[in-house]
Design a protein around this ligand. Structure first.
Ligand code: SAM
Length: 220
């Protein structure tokens, strides 16, 4: 026995995927298409998408937010796990990437579940609060521009119901957050947010070493 998290060698990672990944064909196709793009590394991993789908099922989510849509993998993973009357509000500013997303959402037959808002995410989230939707969302995934993560975290906490769950992506930032010699703005922002969430009594938390690190924060 060890108290260390296992180091995923390529062999162990391949095994993990082989014995646990149930990626639907449409998500596999979306992943393959996105991997032809230069920015493909922005996409979440398939096991992370499956994990998020499980979380959505576990909490019985219906109303969700996807902050940072890109080509639509995280939105689609969540939409496929939602009940027929479930909704994803997707936030992004890029019309080109989200055009690909829309194509795959339609192919998966869940386009009616996903409401894409093409605007800076902070504006979309603030508008939802202004429209009286505070304390009504069940689940939110934060995966857009890192410098605005602290803003998204606060807006999302306002929008979540008690017991609602936030999943925050890239909290390990390729390991840079743990390396004091790295002092760029994105790394400093993520480092400061991790420290803030550690001390935030409004949430129950766990940092999960999946993908690039995901913090789960349940609103108390
Ligand atoms: C890491 S990618 C998201 C990956 C996506 N979750 C997936 O599963 O493939 C980040 C996305 O955030 C978007 N973005 C960047 N700045 C934004 C902003 N201010 N508001 C909304 N979206 C933004 C980018 O256009 C990009 O598509």
């Amino acid at each position: 026995m060890t108290d260390l998290t296992i180091n995923l060698t390529p062999e162990i990672y391949t095994y993990l995927q082989r014995v646990s990944l149930r990626e639907p064909k449409v998500l596999e196709k979306l992943r393959e298409q996105t991997h032809k793009m230069s920015m493909f590394q922005m996409q979440i991993s398939p096991e992370q998408g499956q994990f998020m789908g499980l979380l959505v099922e576990l909490i019985g989510a219906k109303k969700t937010l996807d902050i940072g849509v890109f080509t639509g993998y995280s939105s689609l993973s969540v939409a496929l796990a939602l009940p027929p009357d479930g909704k994803v509000i997707g936030c992004d500013i890029n019309g080109e990437w989200t055009k690909i997303a829309r194509k795959f959402w339609a192919e998966a037959g869940v386009e009616n579940k996903i409401d894409l808002r093409l605007a800076p995410a902070a504006e979309t989230l603030q508008a939802l609060i202004d429209q009286g939707e505070a304390n009504t969302f069940d689940f939110a995934f934060i995966d857009a521009d890192k410098l605005n993560y602290p803003v998204y975290y606060e807006l999302v906490l306002t929008l979540l119901r008690q017991g609602g769950l936030i999943a925050i992506d890239n909290v390990l930032w390729g390991g840079d957050v743990a390396d004091p010699s790295v002092q760029d703005d994105n790394t400093k922002t993520l480092r400061a947010l991790n420290e803030k969430i550690l001390r935030d009594e409004r949430v129950t938390i766990s940092m999960v070493p999946i993908g690039d690190g995901v913090t789960l924060a349940r609103k108390r």
